[in-house]
Design a protein around this ligand. Structure first.
Ligand code: DHE
Length: 540
């Protein structure tokens, strides 16, 4: 597929609703006059187009929601799928349709999403390469030591704010709290953008597979490439040479050259037998010079070395290296993989500050600690609910390092002693929460209440006493979510998750509001300094 075709495909996917309507009228016509199974099929397609296509794509290949294909639903029994359509899915944006659809209609939709597509588009090397766009070749090899930002603000105290309401990103001055720049992003960015180690560049991933490289000094998009059809997230290596992308569809990990995003390698996510898997998420592990990926359908964690001299225990078999083809062979390292088998699938996970232990949880709420050096589970965790990826933070308290995370299913923050992995506190909150954040210089940790009648509340927890000291209502009636601190830890920024939303800046000591900046459904915000220094109070 050529570059133009890739653009057409994107345009087609962005018009999912319109297309769905066309598809529906076509199938409605086919259904007209037909009987039995055909009429039923046509009715189900109409229901899918009306209720599901805007999030999951008219083609079922995913959009804001995941792809709905048999190969991506292996872990979900059809009975459970019926329940999800009926009652919604906890901790996601999937609503309940029980009040709108009959049992028969719900069963029809469940059958429909387990029906294989006649044709699942290929997204391999040829398609990925053809989608690459280098907008600014002159900015590809940027260097933070010689170039100055085009604005006056401290480049390390800048925030990026992802505004999901109209798919834009705002670059915010973290001292004056004034927007410096705003630009259109790809459709449905999700997860944290990842900065290069000097903060000069940032890489965004969209749910539909686009990776965008943005120059934080020149405020320009440098390059883009579509690495997958339905993507989970991306990570950048500490040496700034590589970007890795974890996909739901196809079942691949894709390694790109960080400078211009050209394709270096596709790693098929397979267990060596017939099984393939979606990628749960992939992260950079700086002290290990490796990427760590957890898999969604195979109970394994993979460590992928980007070290020029990978330690023993990594194997490069059954993966295809494109670097030779792209003429970029600096060393012969093939990004070898070390596989760690685990007892249970890992849907969500994060790391301790040393990147020795991976703390993971499965959707059924069971947690485990996997030591990446000894390559096995070393402890079970008493987690009642399920954390969202990257929600946990750590701090020193009572002579030990504690790890705290909210839960997507229960209204509590779980606080765990990382010396012995015992739960030391279950702090009741006003409802399940998505994000928890703090800063080395702040005595407080902030946690949102994303779901339920108290979704406009934000708790502030004393990191010493482990008690809630204040509950804020930043904008009564509107969801308050996701906190990020400025570089110094003096201010905490809260998102009002609404089309007519805002970023509210708080004095992190007095807990008083300082400023309100209008934004369109702002989701996450990301401070350059806190991210590139791997602050213990935020996600990495
Ligand atoms: Fe997220 C981070 C997965 C639902 C907003 N979320 C992430 C990451 C993953 C993930 C893998 C880490 C990416 C990274 O930073 O590298 N999210 C999931 C899910 O599995 C889940 C529960 C269901 C799904 O829809 O896939 C889910 N997430 C949501 C939402 O419904 C949110 C609230 C709105 C949205 O945009 O879809 C949401 N997720 C976020 C945000 C981050 C994130 C804002 C980055 C937080 C940060 O500070 O790093």
């Amino acid at each position: 597929m050529g570059r133009q075709s890739a653009h057409i495909l994107t345009a087609v996917r962005r018009c999912a609703c319109g297309l769905a309507a066309l598809a529906v009228s076509a199938s409605a016509l086919i259904g007209f006059g037909a009987t039995g199974a055909h009429a039923q099929q046509s009715k189900t397609e109409t229901l899918y187009a009306k209720h599901c296509a805007s999030c999951h794509g008219a083609d079922r290949l995913g959009g804001q929601g995941p792809a709905l294909l048999p190969q991506n639903l292996k872990r979900l029994r059809k009975k459970a799928a019926v329940r999800v359509i009926d009652k919604g899915r906890a901790a996601t944006q999937m609503p309940a349709f029980g009040a709108k659809l009959s049992d028969e209609e719900i069963a029809g939709l469940a059958d429909y999403v387990y029906t294989p597509l006649d044709h699942v588009p290929l997204w391999g090397a040829e398609q990925i390469r053809a989608s690459q766009i280098v907008h600014k070749p002159e900015l590809v090899a940027g260097d933070a030591t010689t170039v100055k930002p085009v604005y006056d603000a401290d480049p390390l105290n800048v925030f990026l704010v992802v505004e999901t309401g109209d798919h834009h990103v705002t670059v915010l001055d973290g001292d004056k709290f004034e927007p410096i720049h705003r630009f259109k992003s790809r459709f449905a960015l999700h997860g944290g953008p990842k900065y290069s180690s000097d903060g000069r560049f940032v890489y965004f991933a969209s749910r539909d597979g686009w990776i965008t490289k943005f120059d934080m000094y020149r405020l320009e998009v440098v390059a883009e490439i579509r690495a997958g059809i339905n993507t989970r997230n991306a990570a950048v290596s500490s040496d700034n040479r590589y970007v890795i992308v974890g996909n739901y569809l196809p079942h691949t990990l894709v390694i790109l050259k960080a400078s211009d995003l050209s394709l270096l390698k596709i790693i098929p996510v397979r267990d060596g037998r017939a099984n393939s898997s979606r990628v749960s998420a992939v992260y950079n592990a700086p002290p290990r010079s490796s990427f760590i990926a957890a898999l969604k359908d195979i109970p394994e964690v993979w460590e992928i070395s980007y070290d020029d001299n990978p330690p023993a225990g990594f194997s490069g078999e059954w993966v295809h290296d494109y670097r030779k083809e792209s003429g970029d062979v600096q060393k012969s390292e093939p990004f070898p993989v070390r596989r760690i088998k685990v007892d249970r699938h890992l849907d969500d996970f994060f790391f301790d500050q040393d990147y020795i232990n991976l703390i993971g949880a499965s959707r059924d709420g069971r947690g485990q600690v996997i030591n990446l050096d000894v390559r096995r589970a070393v402890a079970d965790l008493d987690l009642q609910g399920m954390p969202h990826l990257g929600s946990g933070i750590t701090w020193r308290s009572g002579g030990t390092t504690v790890l705290a995370t909210p839960n997507l299913k229960t209204g509590e923050v779980t606080i765990i002693d990382t010396e012995n992995w015992k739960t030391i506190k279950r702090l009741k909150t006003l409802g399940p929460g998505f994000f928890m954040r703090s800063h080395e210089n702040s005595p407080y940790a902030w946690v949102d209440v994303f779901f339920g009648p108290n979704r406009d509340a934000m708790h502030v927890i004393d990191k010493k006493t482990l008690e809630i000291v204040k509950t804020l209502r930043p904008e009564p009636g509107k969801t308050a979510a996701h906190v990020e601190f400025d570089r110094s830890g003096r201010h905490a920024l809260v998102s009002i998750w609404d089309k007519e939303g805002a970023i509210i800046v708080y004095d992190a000591q007095t807990l008083q509001e300082v400023k309100r900046i209008p934004m369109v459904k702002p989701s996450g915000k990301y401070n350059v300094y806190n991210k590139i220094t791997f602050s213990e109070g935020t996600s990495h």
